[in-house]
Design a protein around this ligand. Sequence first.
Ligand code: COA
Length: 261
Amino acid sequence: MTDLTHIRVEWDGDLAVVTIDRQEKLNALNAEVISELGEVFDGLRDDDKVRGVLLTGAGQKAFVAGADIGELAKMDSITGVRVSRDGQDVFRFIERFPKPVLAAVGGYALGGGCELALACHLRIASDNARFGLPEVSLGIIPGYGGTIRLARLIGLGRALEMTLTGEMVSATRAAEIGLVSEVVPGPELQGRGKALLRKVTKNGPLAVRMALESIYRALDTSTAEALDFESSLFGLLASTQDMREGMAAFLERRTADFRGR
Ligand code: COA
């Protein structure tokens, strides 16, 4: 990875903690942050010592307060498409990441920040979190996948209400509607996020990877094709050492030692 200006990567065992740190602008996503995010996830994907990623924002006030409005204000119809595609590509890369990615959301997750959390596999929030897609109040629409992913996650009716009103929802409401799985006190956000990630990473890494593959592939294909794909992955896993180890460990009443092979 080249020198990063707005992103920090730290380690806790086999978890990478990726922090967006542009606090003076509430961690708003300018082109540089988007590009660095892509670079960081690209580097982590093939790093065998990484089993999961916790993505968060620096400071108490915001996860990410959106795309950078100062930059957006300068776009025309040609650069607008580019801006949207660049963000979509990075967020899609995160969504299709082969290891679990959890968004630990403290404070504002607005616009592109909410969309970024939606692209992650798991989401938890601190009690001061506020989620929203305020784009229509700026005369645009969510352009980083929010018009697709929000409805898939919380249902059409609630997604329409959030997108069309542009209003924020509290952390408690976000949990009620399935936007996050847990609300925790601010100081516990990272610890609880890591604990949830570890519930995933203690499992067979190839199985976790294939579960992600199958679930996300199913969103883009017919039921018949998705079922075929699921069976193929199921069969593939039956050829792994991890499957043998997982089942032997169960039968021998011990903890499995998965190697990702
Ligand atoms: N893009 C660019 N700058 C942003 C930003 C964004 N999305 N969100 C916040 N900032 C900047 C502010 O301009 C301000 O910068 P300045 O100190 O140089 O003027 C700084 O971050 C702090 O924000 P401020 O508005 O003063 O904080 P606040 O506590 O009064 O309000 C928010 C917080 C989140 C309610 C408010 O910043 C906001 O509405 N931001 C935009 C949210 C949005 O519409 N996001 C979707 C973009 S598509």
